[in-house]
Design a protein around this ligand. Structure first.
Ligand code: BMA
Length: 313
């Protein structure tokens, strides 16, 4: 089934990965981080186990669309140290952030204390080292920019408060462990498709006009919340400055496996792969149940951010 969208063209064989492709028992496959590593696409996807708690699996691909799942999960909740206490209820929504020579993995760690973000590091997707728990409770969706600025790592994150609900902030770190200098840079817009919440989606990637960030926005309806994707462009030298945010969404739930499933009406991204031909492969979880892919022209996304914009704050 092909559904055409003027901005993101869905892959015509979606969904690209489902629970039936996984050789161990899981109820879902969704919200995957993706990178191209040594000319192979590596996907680290979230799955609910039958107890409702999540783990991370790995799938590899030559072309970015046909993926083969590894026989064992890639990451399961830690069993010792502080990580064990904070990952007790599962690990979710992993982003793969390529930063200099490392892949930094940021993922939600759930426990009786709430949800926070853990950071791990790998170079080869074989050895994985947990580095630190980098947020306090109820702060998630962390993506890290591909380069350091002024010697510091830079991340987008998403705290929440009643006065300023679910907005995107920026924070800095000299060592990946200690983060600060935090500032809000983007907020939901009232009576707009992203009015309820916004949050970082895929790790930002470089374009000639700025860092392109694909984020998610949520709108509450009488029938529940709808998760869509939007785009923002950040200044190349100072990512705290937003050059422009597209007023319109780039993707909304439309395919049957996005409209219904474990959580209906959800498209949620944790990864996108920019290609040398000027396109970007965007990956999203459909209804928290399956993985989907699509392609967009990077320049179209940039132009959306530069024309017909909504205010960042
Ligand atoms: C968010 C996260 C995502 C999920 C989305 C829709 O709050 O929990 O993992 O995809 O809700 O259920």
């Amino acid at each position: 089934m092909t559904i055409r969208n003027s901005i993101v063209e869905r892959y015509n064989k979606n969904p690209i990965l489902t629970k039936d492709d996984v050789p161990y028992p899981v109820a879902t496959v969704h919200n995957a981080g993706i990178v191209k590593h040594n000319d192979r696409y590596i996907m680290l996807f979230r799955s609910h186990r039958y107890n409702g708690r999540s783990i991370i699996g790995r799938a590899d691909s030559e072309d970015g669309f046909f993926f083969t799942v590894h026989s064992k999960p890639f990451l399961t909740p830690a069993t010792d140290n502080t990580f064990a206490e904070y990952e007790e209820f599962g690990i979710e929504d992993l982003r793969i952030c390529p930063v200099e020579d490392d892949y930094l993995l940021t993922y939600s760690a759930y426990s009786r204390h709430g949800v926070r973000i853990a950071l791990a590091r790998t170079r080869d997707f074989e050895q994985v080292e947990r580095v630190a728990l980098i947020t306090q409770a109820d702060l998630r969706n962390v993506v890290i920019f591909p380069k350091k600025f002024g010697g510091r790592y830079v991340r987008l994150d998403r705290p929440h408060s009643e006065i300023s609900p679910w907005s995107i902030w920026i924070s800095y770190s000299p060592d990946l462990v200690h983060w600060g200098d935090s500032r809000v840079i983007m907020k939901p817009v009232p009576y707009h498709w992203d009015e309820m919440k916004i949050g970082p989606g895929a790790p930002p990637f470089r374009t000639d006009k700025g860092w392109l960030h694909i984020y998610h926005g949520v709108f509450k309806t009488m029938a529940g919340s709808v998760y869509r994707l939007g785009v923002a462009l950040h200044n190349l030298n100072d990512p705290a400055k937003i050059v422009g945010v597209s007023d319109q969404w780039i993707l909304q739930p439309e395919a049957p496996w996005e409209v219904s499933g474990y959580v209906p009406n959800v498209v949620f991204t944790c990864g996108a792969v920019p290609e040398d031909d000027g396109t970007v492969k965007i990956y999203w979880g459909g209804a928290d149940t399956v993985m989907c892919a699509g392609t967009a022209v990077i320049d179209d996304l940039v132009q959306l951010c530069l024309t017909n914009t909504r205010s960042a704050l």
